[in-house]
Ligand binder design. Structure first.
Ligand code: ATP
Ligand code: LTN
Length: 335
């Protein structure tokens, strides 16, 4: 606990333009939870380099993601919002935890399997090892809750396993974290293939909507979204394209399945898609306005980054010191 509050940690990779999948699956919950928890929201650039990144773009995107956090309504004075590589404890604990994680455990990670088969070039050890770095992120802050989309659930489970293993060996060093997912929209699907997760690093720009897409683009992408040859708007697994658009709609309008299905009872797909577009445009408008304001304020962002990296380091270093002592490293003047 920090200031008597339970702790939240979560992060997003600056590996592209944030999508409404990132917003609905993660950021929206962060905004809702921020008042009840001490929260840390990280821009995980060290995770992003597990696949090839262009250095100048990565630098630019890292700042952009932080601006999008703020623009989405996360308070940088109350929450600790920072860039992962600016807090060296992440890499240090990541290495130590590597030595307490089994190859077999990493081999089971579905995200690695998907990402490595998608790549046609050599896959790096970093990509394979990425869940251990994620475990370090979470465990450094004695995190209670990790608000994420469904694809990250398995990584939180492995984090719990690693933490329990370490605690059993050395006493209660780590808090055991829990995953927290939204009821609807924990897995927003690609607009071009509703059996695949919407992803910011997808090659097809029409498969996702970014938080900075203008209204015309949003309308266009949603109108092109793959659905089915039926005409009925119903929330069912048999209609994955429609179900996905309903998830997006329900999340943007805070409505239930029954409310949404009733709303579109006698609508054709064209009218339905237009309503979904209107809901998305309405949700993103305040975020885009605030983002543009922040765009002109570089000093403000630099100050936030510096202050928050210091706050994060202070907490992280406390856990790291305990871990180093337990594993037998020589620290300071101890004999
Ligand atoms: P990449 O394509 O670069 O792997 P990504 O778009 O999958 O990235 P991440 O940075 O891996 O995004 O994820 C950040 C957060 O957003 C995680 O909590 C993740 O679960 C959530 N998230 C990502 N995509 C979706 C999605 N399509 N639906 C719901 N949540 C999502
Ligand atoms: N692996 C996550 C991003 C991430 C994360 C974290 C999320 C890295 N560290 C810690 C929650 C907590 C992803 O790529 N979606």
């Amino acid at each position: 606990m920090i200031n008597d509050k339970k702790i939240i940690f979560s992060g997003i990779q600056p590996s592209g333009n944030l999508t409404i999948g990132n917003y609905i699956g993660a950021i929206k919950n962060w905004v809702e939870l921020q008042n009840d928890y001490q929260s840390l929201f990280c821009v995980v650039d060290m995770h992003a380099i597990t696949v090839k990144q262009e250095p100048a773009t990565l630098r630019k995107k890292s700042r952009e993601v932080l601006k999008l956090y703020i623009a989405s309504g996360l308070d940088p004075e109350k929450n600790i919002m920072f860039i992962q590589s600016q807090v060296p404890a992440h890499a240090e604990l990541g290495w130590i935890l590597n030595c307490y994680t089994y190859m077999g455990e990493m081999n089971r990670m579905t995200q690695f399997k998907e990402k490595s088969t998608k790549q046609n070039i050599n896959t790096t050890v970093g990509l394979f090892d990425y869940p251990v770095l994620m475990a370090a992120d979470i465990l450094l802050y004695q995190t209670d809750l990790v608000p994420i989309g469904e694809d990250q659930k398995q990584h939180v489970e492995i984090t719990r396993d690693i933490a329990e293993r370490f605690n059993n060996l050395y006493s209660e060093i780590f808090t055991i974290p829990e995953a927290y997912m939204p009821k609807f929209g924990a897995r927003i699907m690609s607009l071009q293939d509703p059996t695949k997760k919407m992803s910011k690093s997808d090659d097809d720009e029409n498969s996702y909507i970014t938080l900075l897409d203008d209204p015309a683009k949003i309308e266009r992408k949603l109108k092109r979204a793959v659905t089915d040859s039926d005409t009925e708007v119903r929330y069912t697994k048999e209609k994955p394209g429609i179900k996905n658009l309903l998830d997006i709609y329900m999340s943007c309008t805070n409505t239930t399945v029954t409310q949404a299905e009733n709303r579109f009872k006698n609508c054709g797909y064209g009218e339905f898609k237009q309503e979904v577009a209107d809901a998305v445009i309405h949700t993103l408008k305040p975020i885009q306005d605030r983002f543009r304001e922040l765009d002109n304020d570089k000093d403000y962002l630099d100050r936030i980054l510096k202050q928050n990296a210091e706050r994060a380091s202070e907490i992280a270093n406390r856990t790291l010191a305990k871990v180093k002592k337990k594993v037998g490293f020589v620290i300071g003047e101890n004999k």
